[in-house]
Design a binder for this molecule. Structure first.
Ligand code: TYD
Ligand code: MG
Length: 452
């Protein structure tokens, strides 16, 4: 047995030191360096040495490289496929991160159950019975999905060699541990080692591997940042736990764009794909209420109509309250200042509450105009016509600024039956034959009179 060797790792950035110190010289964090026992073997391979294939890479001309085998595996989940860029790439490593309880295990189990391929779902967190119970809620009939509860990578690879699955799912990378390293599961060296072994396995057998990763309290995937560099795709599953919507987005994708977005709804029987999110995010109502306005936003490259609700009321305390849910509070303050200074609304003594329905967070600046319209509408207690919608940014001098891909927003609004969309006069619009009325405005005062 090799001599035990200890090293010091920064738990924040993964830097390695030969002795302990208070501050990490690389990321400048304090008290993040901990000692870990490592016992580097001569060889850490996913296969037992005697049957490991000898493979030597040779340089190839780029046009001689065969990509025909890279056909993607269709997961039969349109949202998941779209975010991946068209399906799972053979030999790729995908990392799915998200807060506890958001539905990572549910999503991947659901996909495993409907995959038309032999799938191995390895869980280090739940027992086979627990997984079976969950599977019965989602889809009681599936014959291609195997469940393994194991945390030691060497045992997992042994099972893989016998089963030869087409897809491997690991729930979660933080629970795995490799015999080659002595430190406990979830430590930086274990995560690094287990991921290296999985990458080797994935690349050598062209099997796609999907890992679940826990995230820390500040929203990063737990473990070294290196983990995100090692894998091919990093997906983030997010949403408000108290709301039913979940958003899947790609933070990194070696095989596709990171602009795509998948939307799911958590139901009693698993996650449902939401293929037309706009219809759900707009509350269905017959009467017109003040303080509501619809914004035509883009989430990634997908147009999305969302409802903005504002409540303006006389401040009870000396300092007026400003609160925004799903919208940047600083931006709200800026818009209020613009309304006060450029359009003469006395909002200084008013409480202003803003809410984006559906529990989603929007950072598209094109939502500004809808926010302003909702605030004005609530302030005057006059409803915005319910078939109006908005897509423009508001500048500091009250000018209405153009937004990107305005045509896409207009077409989405038209599809959903809106009669008028308000956009900036400075947007170049090359659309013809639209039935929706495109109202061009250039400054914030133009809204007054039209909207309220
Ligand atoms: P889970 O997949 O265990 O989350 P994670 O792996 O990200 O920690 O998701 C758990 C939540 O989802 C749990 O609070 C219960 C809920 N849920 C449903 O609402 N419907 C379902 O069909 C399932 C399986 C879970
Ligand atoms: Mg889980």
């Amino acid at each position: 047995m090799a001599k035990l060797k200890t090293t010091f790792f920064c738990q924040n950035c993964g830097s390695q030191y030969s002795k302990w110190q208070g501050q990490c010289t690389s990321c400048k964090e304090w008290n993040t360096i901990t000692e870990e026992v490592i016992q580097k073997p001569e060889k850490s391979d996913w296969k037992t040495p005697e049957n490991a294939r000898k493979r030597v890479s040779k340089p190839l001309k780029i046009n001689e490289i065969d990509t025909s085998k890279e056909a993607r595996l269709n997961t039969l989940d349109d949202e998941f496929n779209r975010v991946l860029g068209g399906g799972l790439v053979p030999g790729s490593l995908t990392l799915l991160g998200g807060e506890p309880g958001i539905g990572k295990s549910t999503l991947l189990l659901q996909i495993s159950l409907q995959l038309p391929y032999k799938t191995l779902y390895v869980s280090g967190e739940e027992s086979q019975k627990q997984i079976k119970m969950r599977a019965e809620r989602i889809n009681p009939t599936s014959s291609n999905c195997y469940i393994l509860t194991e945390t030691k990578t060497q045992h997992i690879f042994k099972q893989i060699e016998e089963l030869v699955p087409d897809v491997v799912i690991i729930d979660s990378i933080q629970t795995l541990h490799s015999d080659y390293i002595e430190s406990s599961s979830g430590s930086i060296s274990q995560i690094k080692e287990c991921t290296t072994e999985l990458i080797k396995f994935a690349k050598e057998t062209a099997t796609p591997v999907v890992l679940i990763g826990h995230i820390t309290k500040d929203g990063h995937i737990a473990g070294p940042k290196i983990l995100e560099h090692m894998v091919d795709t990093v997906l983030q599953f997010e949403g408000d736990r108290n709301h039913v919507f979940r958003i899947l987005r790609a933070n990194k994708n070696r095989f596709g764009s990171t602009n795509e977005l998948g939307i799911y709804e958590m139901q009693g029987s698993g996650l449902r794909e939401v293929s037309n999110p706009s219809e759900i995010l707009i509350s269905q109502k017959d009467e017109e209420l003040s303080g509501h306005a619809i914004a035509a936003t883009l989430e990634g490259i997908r147009p999305l109509m969302i409802e903005v609700q504002a409540l303006v009321s006389t401040a009870v305390y000396g300092t007026p309250q400003r609160s925004a849910t799903g919208f940047n509070a600083k931006r709200l303050n800026m818009l209020l200042a613009v309304l006060e200074k450029r359009a003469g609304f006395r909002l200084g003594a008013k409480d202003v509450f803003l809410n984006i329905t559906g529990g989603i967070t929007v950072d598209d600046p094109a939502i500004d105009l809808a926010v302003v319209a909702a605030i004005l509408s609530s302030n005057e207690d006059a409803a915005v016509q319910k078939d109006f919608c908005f897509a423009a940014e508001v500048g500091l001098s009250g000018e209405i600024r153009p937004v990107q891909r305005v045509e896409q927003r207009i077409l989405e609004a038209e599809k959903l039956g809106f009669s008028t969309i308000f956009v900036s006069k400075y947007n170049k619009i090359a659309l013809k034959n639209t039935t929706i009325k495109i109202q061009l405005i250039s400054k914030i005062e133009d809204l007054i009179g039209i909207v309220v």
